[in-house]
Each structure stands twice: as structure tokens, then as C-alpha cells.
Write a protein that binds this ligand. Structure first.
Ligand code: PLP
Length: 414
């Protein structure tokens, strides 16, 4: 029976913010409260898992706003409202994975359209744009969007989508969202993959983007136990097209996954503060190690886009990439010897992870492009979790020390 999500005539149309929602000013309050009023029928404080495929109608077409769970489900709607509000928008469409969400944005395009996308972006997005959309007559130019002139030069009359990933994966390069959003034109949408930053640190719609996409698998869910995605916009016409695609293709999350994500997002603010506190300290510590060649973290003064990151983001997040001395062999040996950091793809969970982008997350990117981008086998990416900082530093320190001989061997050869 009814949660507040009930009582709306169209399962796709989201209600305007309720009176109570207006009182939700701060980020944490919104995350914990929006879309989550007590059930009017039972008083249940927590939005239930509406584990149902269908909804019984009193008469033909007489519904309480839901008729079939592909088209709309109350648990999913609560998640969509919660995340939309966190990005400062009215509309969200949840998907069964981050990639399904990227495809949901791409569904705004038609045959003959063109995309300009960040060069060093998530491997799966690269694959979708290069190997799937091309079969439907949609082409992509990958450009260095950190260079606004290069972005402008890549635009063609048929460019309908500019796809920004910032900070980028895995090199954490920062794109000036406001500068790229200025390249908009009628019918040309600017979308931002905000997975790394989360709305806690960065709100692209406030900077002029039209659409925000997340892999909710990462920080939003935050516990590495769900694969999911979402597309958020404040533009009703865009939302209607994306929601139409969501229902037509049916790439929706189940109620249980929506529930776990909704639950995870409630603690986003506290988790992000802890992720960042640990990451800042670890990045600074790694920079003091002579056997680490480069540390990539937008919060470091040495990062080439540090000033832009400070302007555009409220904080720098929990992802660090590093290049170890000693090449690929040492990188893999170091990763293997870590005891707390799990050697695993993914990021954004409470537990720390390490991965080799070239072999793992970016395996689907052609070798020549990876080389060109600097995604080489000495590069590792850390997703810094919220365990105790001392334990994390001790783990990294032990594994670096244990593999120091490989760096020394390389130095001797050179
Ligand atoms: C993980 C990720 C995706 C894809 O999301 P899935 O949930 O794995 O489908 C897209 N973009 C970024 C930046 C990611 O990290």
C-alpha cells in the first residue's frame, strides 16, 4: 500500500517536490529524506522493497500510479527522486547498470548523429561508443576535452552529444564543465558521467550540463553489492525521451537493487568525507616515496588540473592512480602483495581496492589508444576505502617495500 510515491497518474511523471521536501536543504538531509516519507497505509518508516511485477487495478486503467514494474516501481521511484534531488534536478531514470544508463543517454541520438567524448574515459563507455553505436550509424570523436579549443574543433554540425567524464578514469584528468557546456547549441546535449565525483563533490547541472549519469554501482550504493545506473536531468523533454527508452528497452533495476542503492545513498555524505580524508593523506604520502614515479590525485598541488578541480569541485574524492618505478612487473607484484586492498575491478565501496587499468578496467580499449593515453602497465588505480588510515598506509608501505628490488633492478638496467 501507499508510500508517498503512490497517487500519481503516470508512472513516468515525477511529482513536484512535496511540501516536506522544501525543508530538506542540506545534502545529507535530502539523501536521507527525499522520496522516503513514511508509508501512509502502515507507517513503515523505510521505503519497502516492492517486490512485485504487477499492480492490481480496481478497474481497467484505474491504478494508484503503477501498473507494471518495468514501467514503474515505487522502490525505484523513491531512488530516482532521491538521486535527482541530490543533483539539483527534478527527474531521474534508474537503470540496471551504469552502462545501461550510458546507453539511455545515447538513446537521445539517431542515425547520422555524432558524439564528442572525453578521450580517456571508462573502458565500457569507449566500447559502447566505438563498437556498438557505430553499427547504428552514430559516430564518436574522442577528444581531449581538458583542452576547450580541441573540444570545439571536434564539434561538427551533426554533433548532438558531448560526453564528459570528469575526473576521468583512470588518469583523473579534470574537464572544465562550464567551458564545455558553453559549446551547447540547439539540439546538442552536454552530459557528464559524474561517477567518480558524486553529487557530494560535484554538481554538473549547476555548471551548465543538461544530463548527469552515474554508475550507482560505485560510490552511490557504496558497498560493492549492487550493479546499477541512473540518468538525471532537469529538462522535462529530455527526461521524457530517456524514460521512454527506459521503459521501451526495459533495462531497469529490480526493486531489491533499487532498495539497496537507496539505502546506500543515505550515508553518502559521511562516506565521501571519510574516503576523501583517507585519499588525501595517502596521495600525499605516496608522493614522498622515491619508488613511486607519479601520483595522480586532483587534490594534490602537483596535479595539472588542481586549480580547476578546486574551482569546480567541493572536494577531490577517493580515487588515486599511481605509476610505480619498476614497470609493469613491479606494479602487478605490488598489487598482488597488498593484503587490505583487494585486487578487483570497480571502485567506490567502503573497502579499498586496487586495479591495473590496462589489464582490467580498460582491457577493451585498443592497445595503441591506451599507449597514447598513458594507460600503461606500470599504472595502478586505488579506490581508497574508509578503513582506518594507518592500516591502509601500512599495507601500501609493506607491499611497496617488498617489491622495491624490482624498482632497483630496473634502475640498474637503465
Ligand atoms: C563503472 C563505471 C561505468 C559503468 O558502470 P557499470 O555499473 O559497471 O555498468 C561507467 N562510468 C564510470 C566512470 C564507471 O566507473
Amino acid at each position: 500500500m501507499p508510500n508517498e510515491a503512490f497517487g500519481h497518474s503516470q508512472s513516468h511523471s515525477h511529482p513536484p517536490a512535496g511540501e516536506a521536501d522544501v525543508a530538506y536543504r542540506g545534502f545529507a538531509t535530502k539523501a536521507i529524506r527525499t522520496g522516503q516519507s513514511p508509508c501512509v497505509a502502515t507507517g513503515a518508516t523505510i521505503v519497502p522493497v516492492y517486490q512485485t511485477a504487477t499492480f492490481t487495478q480496481e478497474g481497467v486503467g484505474v491504478t494508484k500510479g503503477f501498473d507494471y514494474s518495468r514501467s514503474g516501481n515505487p522502490t525505484r521511484l523513491a531512488l530516482e527522486r532521491q538521486l535527482a534531488v541530490l543533483e539539483g534536478a527534478r527527474f531521474g531514470s534508474a537503470f540496471g547498470s551504469g552502462m545501461a544508463a550510458v546507453a539511455g543517454v545515447a538513446a537521445l541520438l539517431s542515425q547520422g548523429d555524432h558524439i564528442v567524448a572525453t578521450r580517456d574515459l571508462y573502458g565500457g563507455t569507449h566500447r559502447l561508443f566505438s563498437d556498438v553505436l557505430t553499427r547504428y550509424g552514430i559516430t564518436t570523436t574522442f577528444a581531449d576535452l581538458c583542452d576547450t579549443a580541441a573540444a570545439r574543433a571536434a564539434i561538427r554540425p551533426n554533433t548532438k552529444l558531448i560526453w564528459i567524464e570528469t575526473p576521468s578514469n583512470p588518469l583523473l584528468r579534470v574537464t572544465d564543465i562550464r567551458a564545455i557546456a558553453a559549446l551547447k547549441a540547439p539540439g546538442r546535449v552536454v552530459a557528464v558521467d559524474n561517477t567518480f565525483a558524486t553529487p557530494f563533490w560535484q554538481r554538473p547541472l549547476e555548471l551548465g550540463a543538461d544530463v548527469v549519469m552515474h554508475s550507482t554501482t560505485k560510490y552511490l550504493c557504496g558497498h560493492s553489492d549492487v550493479v546499477g545506473g541512473i540518468v538525471i536531468t532537469d529538462d522535462q523533454a529530455l527526461h521524457e525521451q530517456i524514460a521512454f527508452h527506459q521503459n521501451a528497452v526495459g533495462a531497469v533495476p529490480g526493486p531489491w537493487d533499487a532498495y539497496l542503492t537507496l539505502r546506500g545513498v543515505k550515508t553518502l555524505a559521511v562516506r565521501m568525507r571519510e574516503h576523501e580524508r583517507n585519499a588525501r593523506a595517502i596521495a600525499a604520502w605516496l608522493e614522498t616515496r622515491g619508488d613511486v614515479a607519479t601520483v595522480y590525485y586532483p587534490g594534490l598541488a602537483s596535479h595539472p588540473h588542481h586549480e580547476l578541480a578546486k574551482r569546480q569541485m567541493r572536494g577531490f574524492g577517493g580515487i588515486i592512480s599511481l605509476r610505480v618505478r619498476g614497470g609493469g612487473q613491479r606494479a602487478l607484484e605490488f598489487a598482488r602483495r597488498l593484503r587490505i586492498f583487494n585486487l578487483a575491478t570497480s571502485l567506490g565501496g567502503v573497502e579499498s581496492l586496487v586495479c591495473s587499468p590496462t589489464a582490467m578496467t580498460h582491457a577493451s580499449v585498443p592497445a595503441a589508444r591506451k599507449e597514447e593515453l598513458g594507460i600503461t602497465d606500470d599504472l595502478l588505480r586505488l579506490s581508497v576505502g574508509i578503513e582506518d588510515l594507518d592500516d591502509l598506509v601500512a599495507d601500501l608501505s609493506r607491499a611497496l617495500d617488498a617489491t622495491l628490488f624490482l624498482a632497483e633492478r630496473e634502475a640498474a638496467v637503465a
